[in-house]
Structure formats: C-alpha cells, structure tokens
Design a protein around this ligand. Sequence first.
Ligand SMILES: [Ca+2]
Ligand SMILES: [Ca+2]
Ligand SMILES: [Ca+2]
Length: 347
Amino acid sequence: MDIGAGQKNNPSTGEPTKPEPYEIHVMPPKFRVVKAKGSASKVLIIFGIVFFILALLGIGGYFFYLQMSQVGQNVNQANLNQEAVNNANLNQANENLNLENLNSLENLNVNGNLNANENINAELNANLNVNENINANLNANANANINAPAQTLNYTSSLDSDNDKVTDVEEDLYQTDKRTADTDGDGYLDGDEIINGYNPKVAGGAKLETSGLVNKYTNPVYNYQILYPTSWLARPEDQSLQAVLFITGTEEFMRIAVEDNPNKLDLVSWYMQLSPQADLNLLEKIKTVKGYDALVSPDKLTYYILDPNVQNKVYVINYNIDALAQINFLSTFQMMVNSFAVVPIVP
Ligand SMILES: [Ca+2]
Ligand SMILES: [Ca+2]
Ligand SMILES: [Ca+2]
C-alpha cells in the first residue's frame, strides 16, 4: 500500500510503520517576517522628505549664491568705478604732466635752436678766419717769393766744357769754340767778351753789336734798346709794349717790363714801397755798364734799372728759369742787361 510520502519501513522489523500524520507548525508571530502592506509608501514618503529638504537646500543655496554673486559684482563694479575714476584722474594728471613736458620741450627746443645758430655762426666765423689766414699766408708766401728769394742760389749753369763762362749751349749761339776758352786768341775769355759787348770771334776790340751774332730790339713806346742773340725771338706781351719777352728755344725766357715810378723815387724807396717786407741787405746796388742805377735781386735773375733822366719809369729785366736747376744763358742775360740803353727822346 502506498502510504505516501509519510510512510516508512521499520528498520527493525522491516514492516511498514504506521504513517505519522503531518504536523503543521506555526512560527511565532514575533519570528514571522511581516510584509506590511504600507512599507513602500513610507519609503516614498521618506525619500520625498529628503528630496524636499535637498531641494530647499539647493534653492536656498542658489539664492544665497545669487545674492553673494551680486554683492561681489557690486563690490567689483564699485572698485572698477573707483579705479576708472582714479585712472581718469591719473590720465588727466598725466595729460597735465605731458602738457607741462611739451611746454618744457618747446622751450628746450627753442633754446637748442638758438644754440645751434650760435654754433653755425661760430663755425662760419672760424671758416672765414681760416680763409683770411690762408689769404694772409698766400700773400706772405707770394711776397716772400717775389721779394726775398733764397739767399743761396738754387741753380747752377749748365755744362761749360772750356770753363770760359759761356755754356756749351751759348757757344752755339755765338759760334765760338766749346773747347777753347779764348776763341779769337786776344787774351780775353769768350765769356768776358760777350758780357761786355765784344765779339769773341774777332780780336782787336770788335763790338758784339755789329758781329751779326745779336739783334737789337728797340721799344718805340718805352724808348729803350737791348741786344739779344740772333736766333732768339723778341715778342711783346701785348700791343702796349709794356712788357716784351725774349724766347730762347728752351723753357727759359727773358722779360723786360717798364713799371711806373710817378713819385720819382730812388730805386730803393720805389722797391720798398712795392715790397715793404723785403730785406734790403739782400739787394745788390750796382751801376750798369751804361751808368744807370740798378738793384740786383738776391738770386741775380732780376735787375731793376733807373735812368736818372727818366725818373718816372723803372725798367725790370728778368731771367725766368722756370724751375730749372741748371740754366744755360747766364752770361747772355748779363750781356743783355749791360746792353740795355734808354733811347733819348728826340724832340
Ligand atoms: Ca764755354
Ligand atoms: Ca769757348
Ligand atoms: Ca777772346
């Protein structure tokens, strides 16, 4: 017999035991889990309360934040306004300062320009002074060169093979012997004869003037005569005939100029009037062969001649040697000076 789930065999007899009836035990109420019907509502209520409180806190915090923000903003705005005002004041002050500075700068610039003008004037004056000094130096140098040549001669005569005072170049002019000091054998050197107006090729006192070796230049305006080698060229500088050149064929030339002496001064006074700084001690006073008074420049290359009968003129005979260190015609120059003669004016 199926006794069901509650039937068991007796271990000792093997017989089925009498099934025990089911017992129903009831847990005491205090151990029962009460699943009250209103518990979910309570949770919801609590949650709602918490949510409400949190919301209140959030809203309050929000408004508090807004209030605080507005306060800070007002504070910042106030500060900004104050700073703006301060800045404005500072800017105005700066503007004033700038205006003052500008005024100061304007004053300074004006003064600066005045100083610049003073400097310019000073420089101009300085330059003018320099120019004056230059002119003074030039004048002094010119005067020194004209009036006070070197005391020592800075030239020598060119080759004179036979040592007769006539250079080899001059021997060609006078057709004399370069290797014979006394070509005509009259006891006088070729040079001495030429300087004093004698023919070096003909003994017995023959004159140079008629030898054919020289020409005579006559100045019809200033009334003088002078001899010069035949191979040279006499050329007035202009139509006035105040100055005449004698062209030699080298860079050397002779020049005769007639200068005025309106006050009829003696030679020394006339010379010193033109050249106050000249040293008279360097000038040699001589009489020419024809008997005229003459001053000789220290370099022996210029003669100033005064005719006692024509006192309002001074004849200046110059030997221009350019810058040569060796010159060719010193004896010929002396011959010309000695031959110079004022031509009496025939009424
Ligand atoms: Ca000679
Ligand atoms: Ca000779
Ligand atoms: Ca002779």
